[in-house]
Each structure stands twice: as structure tokens, then as C-alpha cells.
Design a protein around this ligand. Structure first.
Ligand code: HAM
Length: 420
């Protein structure tokens, strides 16, 4: 038997109600903050991500699903949405229609990472991007929205971590300081970090190697060397979070795994998902629009991993979904009434009721079992003497009450059900 590819997962019918509940919650919150949905293709030209996310990042360096198509174009399955959204923003000049464009999305993403609990090769993100304003209030809004979504899903074990990476000039100055600090410790760094020392020194903060972490923990902190504007903006974000009652910690090592960030970065971690703790992450990216060929335009955003959030919800037993049910199950007492039952089901479905019946010629007892399994609200018994007299028996499955109605008056009965 051929199985699903490692790191991918089927979302089976039994899982769907939880996904739908999450998606509805996400859409409700985004609507309240006036974000409009955007959908972009599953693949893009590789350059969008290579340039956008940064050549030296793990995503671009090791994790992208990149292939050449029959016209020799290098394409990549999207590993994240931000660069794709910015490509669409530039291509359709969305900023010309509106100075601030607030977008949200829900989409599968692809990264060839080592699969483990909460980490997949095809996973799903929801997220938002606000393009066109420098206001730190929008950075705070990203945290408020993601926090509100996670709280609406009744998650408890959350930590909001924030940091500021400053402007590019601040960062260049800081990189020099970091270089001086690491110069005589360079040989003790892991091979990856030694390479990053030369190519993209800030990425050393991403290293999971313990010896690297020991060295880097005493390094000067970027947050202590911020320019005035970044410092002021960071204060505004902190102030807004306090005003909205969102607890947070400052994490000076939060450089994030993508190169496009400027100023604010944030993550929300859960203590309920094992090693992969980040439920969502994001921040400001004031240079990306330009990098991808647009006019200089400030922007900020975040994305969250749906599988990971659902795992946290499951581990915390945070919300429960009513079991799926149907309105009516039609039980056929006489087998020859099959076609009549099918016709009746059609009529009831047109009245907007969810209806099912037996297609396997099973006994009345087996049909009743099926009705129970489907949590039918009503069962209609069709056949026997009643049918001959133009009637049928109806059972209300929650009260146990039974009544006889004429086949003629079915419409009135349906209207009654629809009112409840
Ligand atoms: P990211 O931190 O790479 O950011 O991903 C955001 C979230 O996606 C993570 O916190 C995690 O929950 C989920 N995620 C990432 N990789 C995997 C995986 N392999 N399996 C399961 N879940 C995963 C971004 O993608 C940025 N585009 C966020 C952003 C938007 N920044 C500004 N705007």
C-alpha cells in the first residue's frame, strides 16, 4: 500500500469539525480587525523566496521544495506567505488603491524539515500582513489579533515574547559589536555558526547547539543598542500590550528564522506542545516590498501554525465541538420503497434539511443503529400499513416522542423543524 509522504498528514472527516471551528474563529477575529482575505498560488518563482526570506536562512538554504518545470523555470512550493503576499501586492499595485492594505490568509505551506510532533513538511498557516504604515500600533495589532485568536480557542499556557531588531543601520552597527565579541571565540562555535559568522552573523542566535548558546548568551544585546526611533516604537508596542492586558516578556535573542525583519519581532509560545513551542511568530518588515521590486513601503505581519495550535488545544482539552448530526434519517420498512425514500430525501434536502437513508438494503434494526450513529434529530419510518394509508411515523430522537403525519402535510412538518 502506498502511504502519504513523510511529514504530510490527511485531515480526516473526524478532524474536520475542529479545523472548521478554528478557521471560523480566525476569520471572525480578522473580520473584526477589518482584514481582507487573499489567496495566492501554491508555487512561485524561487527568486521570490530566495530574495525575500534570505539566502542564508534555514528555509532557503535547506528546506524549500524547489524544482525546475518543463520550461526550465525554477519554482518553489511556498514555504511561507509573506513574500508571496508582497509579490501580489507589488504586482497588482494594491497600495495605489488604498494607502494601508490589511490582508489575511489561510493556506498550506511546504518546508522539508525533520518531521516531529507539531512539525510537518506540509502544514497550514493562517496569518495577516498590514502593508503601508510605520505605525507601531499595527505591530501591537498583530500581537493582539494572534493572542485573541489563541484565547478564543481557550488556550492557557501561552507566553508572548517580543524583541526589536532595530533599523538596518542599527543592525549593521550591532553586527560589528557582535563580531568583535565573537572574534576570539569563533573557533569554539559549531561549523554552522562559524559559517554564519562570515555570512550572516545574527543567525548565530538561531543555533540550537548548546555550546553555541552558552557563548552567545553573554554577547551584547541588540535591544540595548537600538536607535531612537526603534526604541520609541518598541515602547509604544509595550504600552499597547499593557493597555490590552496582554502579558509579555522581552526576549533579546528573538531574531526569528527569516531575514526580512526590521524593528519589532514577536512569537507566542505554548507550554503544551513539546519541543516545537512556537504557535505563531511575526514582526515588521519595512524593506521587503522594496527588495521584491516595489516602492519603499513599511509593513508588518504574523503567521501561525494550525496543526501546532490544534495540538496545543488537544493537549489542553481547550474546546469541545458538538458531535456532528443530521436532521433526518429515513428508515424504509419495505425494501421496495427504496426509490420513494430516495425521492423524499431529495425533497427534504431542497427544504434545506440534512437527510440520509440506507443504500445497503439493511434491516430496520440496522437502519435504526445507523440513525443513532449519525445522531439524527428525527427518524421518519416509511412503509407498512401507514404508507398504504398515505401516512408515516416520525420519531423525535431527543424527546422520544412519536407522531403520525400524512405524506401530504410533510411541508408543514418541515417548516416546524426548520423553525426549531
Ligand atoms: P515562521 O515563524 O516561519 O514565520 O512560521 C510561523 C508559524 O508557522 C510557526 O510559529 C509555526 O507555528 C508554524 N510552522 C512553521 N514551520 C512549521 C512546520 N514545519 N510544521 C508545522 N508548523 C510550522 C513565517 O512564516 C512568517 N511568514 C511570519 C510573518 C508574517 N512575519 C511577518 N509576516
Amino acid at each position: 500500500m502506498i502511504k502519504a509522504v513523510t511529514g504530510t498528514k490527511d485531515i480526516l472527516p473526524a478532524d474536520i469539525p475542529r479545523w472548521k471551528y478554528l478557521e471560523e474563529t480566525v476569520e471572525r477575529v480578522f473580520k473584526n480587525f477589518n482584514y481582507k482575505e487573499i489567496r495566492t498560488p501554491i508555487f512561485e518563482e524561487t527568486a521570490i523566496f530566495a530574495r525575500g526570506i534570505g539566502e542564508e536562512t534555514d528555509i532557503v538554504g535547506k528546506e524549500m521544495y524547489t524544482f525546475t518545470d518543463r520550461s526550465d523555470t525554477s519554482l518553489t512550493l511556498k514555504p511561507e506567505m509573506t513574500a508571496a503576499v508582497v509579490r501580489a501586492y507589488n504586482e497588482h499595485a494594491l497600495g495605489a488603491q488604498q494607502p494601508l492594505v490589511k490582508l489575511f490568509y489561510l493556506s498550506p505551506m511546504f518546508r522539508q524539515e525533520r518531521p516531529q510532533a507539531g512539525r510537518f513538511r506540509q502544514f497550514h498557516q493562517f496569518g495577516a500582513e498590514a502593508i503601508g504604515s510605520k505605525s507601531p500600533l499595527l505591530d501591537a495589532e498583530m500581537i493582539q489579533m494572534s493572542y485573541e485568536i489563541l484565547k478564543s480557542l481557550e488556550l492557557k499556557n501561552l507566553t508572548v515574547k517580543i524583541n526589536s531588531l532595530g533599523t538596518p543601520e542599527t543592525r549593521e552597527n550591532y553586527k560589528k559589536l557582535l563580531k568583535i565579541f565573537l572574534e576570539d571565540k569563533k573557533n569554539k562555535l559549531s561549523e554552522d555558526s562559524r559559517r554564519r559568522f562570515e555570512t550572516n552573523i545574527l543567525r548565530i542566535f538561531d543555533s540550537k547547539v548548546e555550546s553555541d548558546q552558552k557563548i552567545i548568551k553573554d554577547a551584547p544585546k541588540l535591544i540595548d543598542h537600538l536607535d531612537d526611533e526603534s526604541k520609541k516604537d518598541f515602547e509604544v508596542v509595550k504600552d499597547q500590550l499593557k493597555k490590552s492586558g496582554i502579558p509579555f516578556v522581552i526576549d533579546s535573542a528573538l531574531v526569528r528564522g527569516l531575514d526580512y525583519y526590521t524593528k519589532l519581532t514577536f512569537e507566542i509560545d505554548s507550554g503544551s506542545v513539546g519541543a516545537q513551542t512556537a504557535l505563531c511568530g511575526g514582526g515588521r518588515y519595512d524593506l521587503l516590498i522594496e527588495t521584491l521590486g516595489g516602492k519603499p513601503t513599511p509593513a508588518t505581519g504574523f503567521a501561525a501554525g494550525i496543526e501546532r495550535i490544534l495540538l496545543a488545544c488537544e493537549n489542553e482539552k481547550s474546546f469541545s465541538i458538538p458531535e456532528p448530526s443530521i436532521d433526518v434519517y429515513l428508515i424504509r420498512i419495505d425494501n421496495e420503497l427504496e426509490s420513494f425514500v430516495s425521492e423524499l430525501a431529495g425533497k427534504l434536502r431542497k427544504e434545506n434539511l440534512s437527510v440520509d437513508f440506507d443504500y445497503l438494503q439493511r434491516s430496520v434494526k440496522a437502519q435504526m443503529r445507523e440513525a443513532n450513529k449519525m445522531k439524527a434529530k428525527y427518524v421518519f419510518f416509511i412503509g407498512g400499513d401507514e404508507y398504504k394509508a398515505g401516512m408515516m411515523n416520525i420519531k423525535n430522537m431527543s424527546t422520544g416522542e412519536e407522531e403520525k403525519i400524512s405524506l401530504e402535510s410533510i411541508r408543514e412538518f418541515v417548516a416546524k423543524i426548520n423553525q426549531r
